[in-house]
Each structure stands twice: as structure tokens, then as C-alpha cells.
Design a protein around this ligand. Structure first.
Ligand SMILES: [Ca+2]
Ligand SMILES: [Ca+2]
Ligand SMILES: [Ca+2]
Length: 334
């Protein structure tokens, strides 16, 4: 029996250098022992005939959400063994289009959960001029295919809450999908409180998708420039199930203990933004400060007051901050 498939995302046209397909993603609710079908249309928008190959592969996402691709059958939840496409190769004249059929054959003994794969449409390698040389480039588009057996429970863990830059405060929440459901929208929320329990900031980064077994780092930027004191970050994560996951982390911002880095003057924060760009403390921000900082960024006097000198707001002071201080100077002097 043929089951209707559900399209969660229907994109009018996804185009890569004039190869077009009419959808990006297929999301099927499937049953053990059944066959499910889907189709999409490939169009050649160029002026010349082109041969396309269609094949199946595996994919997942890295911690920052970037796609990673693998040969079919690599991942434990690979849909590739169930997934076939036809035709596997065809030629399209200029402006011509044709339909590709996909079939998902679900084994009769299979566990509840999401399985996923990708169908690639690959063009012919063509010579392309790039920076004075000719390189061979082939167009490729991937259509992600998800198949979910039964109703897996959305589950997850907040593994880590890590404070990074303090000026302004941003932090990273590490979330892991510990269940078998494909979590399409993991909503992380972060609240920051002071020692008296006053809410200072509440941020909700854009929701992120996370595959079963996947780990995702969600960045929360608060905009807070905190003075010395103790603070609490409360992290709540909604994975789309009945419960909200929660975690918390304490942050202690220590008072600065600045000492002169050259001569007798303390470094100065000339514009009151919490960053001490006047490294030699002579009241002017210029090349002399950059030169001194390049020499001394690794010293205990700098490292012990990292938040004053973390010019790129990465959460630590290193060579990148010399570059950032240089850029700061470049941006200020016309
Ligand atoms: Ca400053
Ligand atoms: Ca100076
Ligand atoms: Ca830094």
C-alpha cells in the first residue's frame, strides 16, 4: 500500500548554478514492513544538455550545525539501506525537467525512532575559470530524507554550560539529543541573575535542530557587561516534549588587580567599555599600546586580568587579542 508522505519544508526552487530541484527535504512517518514513496523534479536551467546521477548517502551535523556527509550505511541510524532512487542517471536537454522517484522500504523488524539519509543529484564536472586557472566543478544538490518509525519520545541532556567572553557576556550551552526522535526545534533559553536574585537578562537564541545522538553547541549572547560579583545562569531547554530540561552555572567576576605594564601608569579604559586599550596608561590609545601589548599579552599581569584585555571577547587573552587591539586602533584613527 502506498502511503502519503508529509512535506514539512517545500522550497519553491533550490538552485545551484542552474541545476534545480523542487524540494529540499522529505519527512515521512513510516511503519515497519511498509513501502513509502516520494518524488521530486530535477530541472536543467542551462543552455547545454547535462547528465545527472542520483544516489543515496548518509549525513549528520557537527556541533555548530554544519552538514557532514558520509558514504551510505555509515551511521547507525542510516536510512540508506532502505532508500532507493530511480532513475539513477539521466540526461536533460536545456530547460528540460524530469521526475525522480524515491522509495523507502522499511524492514518488518525495526525499532522506534528516526532514520535519515540524503539523496544527491550530481551534475557533470565542467571547466570553470577560477582566479586565472581552470578547475573542474560539478553541481550537487542534496535532498534530506527523514523516516520516523512510531512516536519516539523527545529526550535530551544539557551537558555543559560554559561562560566565554565577559565583555559583553556570552556563553555556550552544549545540548545532546539522547533519544530516538529527530528534534526539529530545540529551544534554549538562558536567564542571568545577580546574587540578590534579580533577573539581569533573558535570551532565547534561535531554535536549532538536533538529530538522535547529535550534540549541538548553542551560543547565547546576553549583552551584559558585568561588574565584579557573583551571578547565576539558569538554562532551560525545550525539546518539544512534556518536560523542560534545566541546568545552571555560577559565574564569579573578580575585581581587576591591574598593575603598570610599562613606566608607572596603570592601563586605562579610555571609553569606559570595560576594555583597557590604553595599555601603557599614558592617556592616549595609539601604536605604542599595540606594540606593548604584543610583547606582554602572555604576562601574569595581563593574564591575571583577562577580562580587561580580552579585546575579541573570546574568553581568554591570546595572540588574537593583539590583532583585535590593532583593528580597534584602525577603526578609531581615520
Ligand atoms: Ca575601552
Ligand atoms: Ca597609550
Ligand atoms: Ca581573546
Amino acid at each position: 500500500m502506498r502511503n502519503l508522505f508529509v512535506l514539512l519544508a517545500f522550497v519553491p526552487a533550490l538552485s545551484v548554478a542552474a541545476l534545480e530541484v523542487n524540494l529540499l527535504e522529505v519527512d515521512l512517518a513510516v511503519s515497519p514492513g511498509q513501502v513509502h514513496r516520494f518524488s521530486f523534479v530535477v530541472r536543467n536551467e542551462t543552455e547545454v544538455p547535462e547528465t545527472f546521477t542520483v544516489y543515496v548517502g548518509d549525513w549528520d551535523r557537527d556541533e555548530l550545525g554544519g552538514n557532514r556527509f558520509y558514504p551510505p550505511g555509515t551511521l547507525p541510524s542510516s536510512l540508506s539501506p532502505w532508500l532507493s532512487v530511480t532513475p539513477s542517471s539521466f540526461t536533460l536537454g536545456p530547460g528540460a525537467a524530469r521526475e525522480v522517484q524515491g522509495t523507502v522500504t522499511v524492514p518488518s523488524a525495526v525499532g522506534v525512532g528516526a532514520y535519515w539519509g540524503i539523496v544527491f543529484v550530481h551534475g557533470e564536472p565542467r571547466p570553470v575559470e577560477h582566479q586565472g586557472t581552470t578547475v573542474m566543478v560539478a553541481k550537487r544538490i542534496g535532498i534530506k530524507v527523514y523516516a520516523t518509525v512510531g512516536s519516539p519520545r523527545p529526550q535530551g541532556d544539557v551537558r555543559r554550560v560554559e561562560f566565554r567572553g565577559l565583555n559583553p557576556l556570552w556563553l555556550v550551552v552544549e545540548f545532546a539529543n539522547s533519544g530516538r526522535a529527530n528534534l526539529r526545534e530545540v529551544q534554549v533559553g538562558v536567564e542571568v541573575y545577580d546574587a540578590q536574585g534579580t533577573l539581569l537578562a533573558e535570551v532565547k537564541p534561535d531554535p536549532v535542530p538536533t538529530l538522535p545522538g547529535g550534540v549541538r553547541w548553542v551560543v547565547a549572547e546576553t549583552g551584559l557587561r558585568l561588574g565584579p560579583g557573583t551571578y547565576l545562569a539558569v538554562v532551560k531547554v525545550d525539546v518539544g516534549g512534556p518536560e523542560i530540561l534545566a541546568a545552571q552555572a555560577a559565574l564569579r567576576v573578580r575585581p581587576l588587580a591591574l598593575v603598570p605594564l610599562a613606566g608607572g601608569s596603570l592601563p586605562r579604559d579610555l571609553d569606559g567599555d570595560g576594555l583597557y586599550e590604553d595599555i601603557n596608561g599614558d592617556g592616549v590609545f595609539d601604536e605604542g599600546d599595540v606594540a606593548l601589548f604584543r610583547e606582554l599579552w602572555g604576562s601574569a599581569a595581563v593574564q591575571g586580568n583577562a577580562r580587561a584585555f580580552d579585546f575579541d571577547n573570546s574568553g581568554r587573552v591570546d595572540e588574537e587579542d593583539v590583532k583585535a587591539l590593532e583593528e580597534l586602533l584602525g577603526a578609531r584613527s581615520p
